[in-house]
Design a protein around this ligand. Structure first.
Ligand code: ZN
Length: 351
């Protein structure tokens, strides 16, 4: 198992003490504040209301498609604003509250147990580390990492990558969860029976409200409902992927050298080198994406609720600079997207 060289603790300790002081000075704990609880109620209510309107508001077909897209966006914002925090246990001191809210991910079709393994252990523990971080796996479709084999088709990847991103969430809710579960079973990994049961129950629930209820209550064919479902996932897949990829895979992305299962730097330094903040000064964007754009602090302290990131971000940036490291920041989301595609072009060129 790959290990970091954590002997030099100075940076991590100083970060921790400044972050704790900032929270205390502002009368905050690491957990949810009122702003967060308002967000939870707002997004869950938006999910329910938009869904109810699709089924029961009498309007033309194109209006239903627009409503379906609006409803799909509530899935995205539930994932960013509620599920992500809950699965990192950053909402409440009561583990039960985090556990219940973590099921918001299952509500939108993704198994929270498997997501916690891939996101919390693999991605958070080992950003951009070969063979561990599944976020840099391009599945042979795109070349994200320097260790990926070279192919001549990759020289066009900056042009076609969007098509791959478009199927990301569709893949997640249809085959990916089942495939991960099956692979884990084949590899002899221990999967709690409750996780398997939850996978089945929530997938039935998800397809029930995505297909069965619309088939019963709406005058549309399965094909029309499926196409709307697909369109929603194309929009979701691209939106979700862009936000997540802009945090780690932009120009100059860092991939640590592993020597004899060791990475020769402390974990906190590794986080700072492999992670970007972007659009930090856009309060509206930050509100919608659950502050995932203020990504360095999220990786350093995933158990701090995201509504505190804006407050803590200058403290993190200052500490990084005080220790002589580079604070990776891209001013806007548009510039971060452009930087990601330039990165793709660069990675494809090497082929
Ligand atoms: Zn995370």
């Amino acid at each position: 198992m790959v290990k970091f060289d954590n002997r030099d603790k100075a940076f991590a300790l100083e970060l921790k003490s400044r972050v704790n002081k900032c929270l205390a000075d502002n009368g905050k704990t690491q957990f949810a504040d009122t702003a967060m609880y308002i967000k939870i109620v707002f997004w869950l209510a938006s999910w329910a209301i938009t869904y109810g309107l699709i089924l029961f508001w009498d309007m033309p077909g194109w209006g239903k498609v627009l409503l379906a897209i609006a409803h799909a966006f509530t899935h995205l914002f539930i994932a960013f604003n509620i599920s992500h925090d809950a699965n990192h246990q950053s909402i409440s001191t009561n583990p039960m509250v985090n556990r219940i809210l973590s099921y918001t991910l299952d509500l939108i079709g993704v198994n929270s147990y498997l997501w916690r393994v891939a996101h919390n252990k693999e991605h958070h523990g080992f950003i951009n580390v070969e063979g561990i971080d599944s976020n840099v796996n391009g599945y042979g479709l795109v070349r994200f990492a320097p260790w990926d084999p070279k192919k001549s088709t990759f020289q066009y990847q900056n042009l076609y990558a969007l098509f791959a991103y478009a199927i990301a969430t569709f893949n997640y809710v249809t085959v990916k969860d089942f495939r991960i579960m099956l692979n884990a079973y084949k590899a002899g990994e221990k999967i709690p029976f409750a996780a398997i049961l939850e996978l089945v129950i929530f997938k039935v629930f998800y397809y029930g409200y995505a297909f069965v209820l619309p088939m019963i209550f709406l005058p549309y064919s399965f094909g029309q409902i499926f196409l709307t479902f697909l369109l929603c996932h194309v929009i979701l897949g691209i939106s979700l992927t862009m936000v997540f990829l802009c945090g780690h895979l932009t120009e100059g992305a860092h991939f640590p050298t592993i020597d004899n299962e060791k990475i020769a730097e402390p974990w906190a330094v590794h986080v700072v080198k492999t992670t970007n903040d972007f659009a930090v000064n856009s309060p509206v964007f930050t509100w919608f994406v659950g502050a995932i754009n203020i990504h360095i602090i999220h990786h350093l302290y995933p158990t701090i609720c995201h509504t505190h990131y804006k407050l803590l971000s200058p403290v993190i940036a200052q500490t990084i600079e005080d220790f002589g490291y580079k604070y990776n920041q891209i001013p806007t989301f548009t510039e971060a997207i452009i930087s990601h595609f330039k990165y793709l072009k660069e990675m494809g060129k090497a082929a």
